[in-house]
Design a protein. Structure first.
Length: 559
């Protein structure tokens, strides 16, 4: 339930704190007093589009906060818990707007996107506008109203889910069919490419090993000559080893006379050993060097094959094996395409059957509630001064299925006995359409799940006894829900459990809007103003008093 609306610097409102009560509350005021500003303020707090023109002149920002009691609203509590915004016992929705059009949104003092305000607002308030009857001419809106009346969200969600699944598989099938269109040419190409790779058969690490071997073989003669020369210089006549031995022998012959040279002799012995070991390594390496032109030619031919294949596919020779695996997988996938196509076709048929089943279940529910809604709106039309009115909700099947099912809803109506019902747009005059719209709104409001309903001058074009019926109907709705009605009719306003008057005042060349909660005496004066035009007489006041007493005495609020 909406408890409080706090507004700062919005249009003509400098600062306003407005408390709301349960039951049926009416809001009245002279034309231009600012009744629409309250709805604009409430809309901002509920996530509607921010309009910078609403910011009061010469102020830094407009600020609106709506406070809701959610104690009896488990759906709202669950939503807040899901988004980790359940920080308060009540629920606070706040919105600020700057003159530059920048806006910020908050839920329970936590910054959120405006879209989240709108999600939460959809669980708290339903606003019926004075021009809503125009949207009733849309078949889509008519279907939405029927679904709202039927209260079958699970059936709608299932239908949407199954429809989307069907469309997804349909797209998969189209992709497979598109691929199938040039199947043969792709198959020939991939077969040729795989054959080409299979003929050459690149191996893992082959290119690197062959490159190393090719380098060795192509320089075998140079390596052999260098190794032989090096070995002779070390171990040949007058080579390094022989000279080192001579040096060691010479020093050893005099070391007893010069002991300090013993360390040098030891060092030269170590060098001799290492030199002889190096010569042995050179000799070992030399023994493995072969001059084999045939093998070199074979390796170079193999490398040429690998280089040629890599160049053709614009890759490095080391990437040939990976490319071959990719081509093998592509060929395998293509050869399995027929199987995938058949499987996808079967899945599409199953998805269609599942969607149809959910759409039929939704259709059955709609047909059931279409009859109930038809009877309820027909009854409401009778009470609103159309005693011969007849309303029907007609359901026909769509040519093309969609996410909302297989149904098209049409509101059919006749205001005269003996005339067959026709589409709403064809038979209703402006005044009749307004009353039929109100009948629809009242009928659906009685079963609406939202705790607060706002009617914005939906009684335009209605007067006299019919207006009194409208007031009584809203008064009855106030037993179950919080009802707010912006009205210009005294007959409606007199039935409110609470009465708020919206006033516009000018002080110090500044215009302000304020809202006053009226006591019984003030209510009589306001009703008299609404009835009496420019001049309010004592007779008008007496009439207003009688109207208020009759409206209030005819109602006993349920506990």
């Amino acid at each position: 339930m909406l408890q409080e609306l706090t507004i700062q610097n919005l249009a003509l409102i400098e600062k306003l704190q407005l408390n709301f009560h349960s039951g049926f509350s009416t809001l009245t005021g002279e034309t231009g007093a600012g009744k629409s500003i309250l709805l604009d303020a409430l809309g901002l707090s509920l996530g509607e589009r921010a309009d910078s023109s609403l910011v009061r002149h010469n102020t830094p920002r407009a600020d609106v906060t709506a406070q809701f009691n959610i104690e009896a609203l488990p759906a709202v509590q669950n939503w807040l818990t899901e988004y980790e915004l359940d920080d308060e016992q009540d629920c606070f929705l706040r919105r600020t707007v700057t003159p530059e059009g920048r806006s910020k949104a908050y839920i329970n003092s936590r910054p959120v996107p405006a879209s989240q305000l709108k999600q939460l607002g959809n669980l708290l308030i339903d606003i019926h506008g004075q021009h809503e009857h125009q949207s009733l001419l849309s078949n889509l809106k008519q279907l939405e109203l029927l679904d709202a009346y039927a209260v079958h969200p699970n059936l709608i969600a299932q239908c949407k889910q199954h429809y989307q699944a069907w469309k997804n598989i349909q797209q998969q099938l189209k992709t497979l069919q598109d691929n199938q269109a040039d199947y043969q040419s792709k198959l020939e190409l991939l077969t040729f490419q795989n054959t080409e790779f299979n003929d050459i058969a690149p191996q893992k690490g082959e290119f690197e090993a062959l490159s190393e071997e090719q380098t060795k073989l192509s320089h075998a003669s140079e390596i052999q000559t260098a190794c032989q020369t090096s070995y002779e210089l070390i171990e040949g006549d007058s080579g390094v080893s022989e000279r080192l031995n001579q040096a060691i022998y010479a020093l050893e012959s005099i070391v007893e006379y010069s002991p300090n040279l013993q360390a040098t002799v030891t060092q030269l012995n170590s060098v001799l050993i290492e030199t002889q070991e190096a010569a042995s390594d050179i000799q070992e390496h030399l023994s493995h060097i072969e001059l084999d032109p045939a093998q070199l030619n074979e390796i170079e031919e193999r490398l040429s094959q690998l280089f040629g294949l890599a160049k053709k596919y614009t890759i490095e020779p080391s990437e040939l094996l990976e490319k071959q695996q990719q081509l093998q997988q592509a060929l395998k996938a293509l050869t399995q395409a027929d199987h995938s196509l058949e499987k996808c076709t079967q899945e599409l048929e199953q998805a269609w059957q599942t969607y149809q089943a959910s759409a039929k279940a939704l259709q059955t529910s709609r047909q059931k509630f279409a009859q109930k809604l038809s009877a309820r709106i027909t009854e409401a039309m009778h009470t609103l001064g159309m005693p011969n009115g007849l309303f029907q909700v007609s359901l026909t099947e769509l040519d093309t299925p969609n996410a909302t099912g297989l149904d098209k809803a049409s509101f059919l109506v006749t205001a005269n006995k003996g005339q067959p019902p026709q589409p709403l747009a064809k038979v209703a005059s402006g005044g009749e359409l307004s009353r039929i719209s109100l009948a629809i709104q009242v009928a659906t409001a009685e079963v609406a799940s939202l705790p607060t309903l706002i009617f914005d001058e939906v009684d335009v074009g209605i007067g006299g006894g019919i207006a009194e019926v409208v007031g009584k109907k809203m008064q009855q709705l106030g037993q179950y829900k919080q009802i707010l009605s912006i009205t210009h009719l005294a007959q409606v306003a007199s039935h409110g459990h609470n009465h708020l008057r919206i006033e516009k005042q000018t002080q110090n060349e500044q215009t302000y809007t304020q809202v006053v909660e009226l006591n019984p005496t003030q209510r009589i004066e306001e009703l008299a103003r609404m009835m009496g035009g420019l001049t309010v007489t004592e007779q008008t006041r007496n009439h207003a008093k009688e109207m208020l007493e009759n409206a209030q005495s005819s109602f006993t609020r349920s506990p």
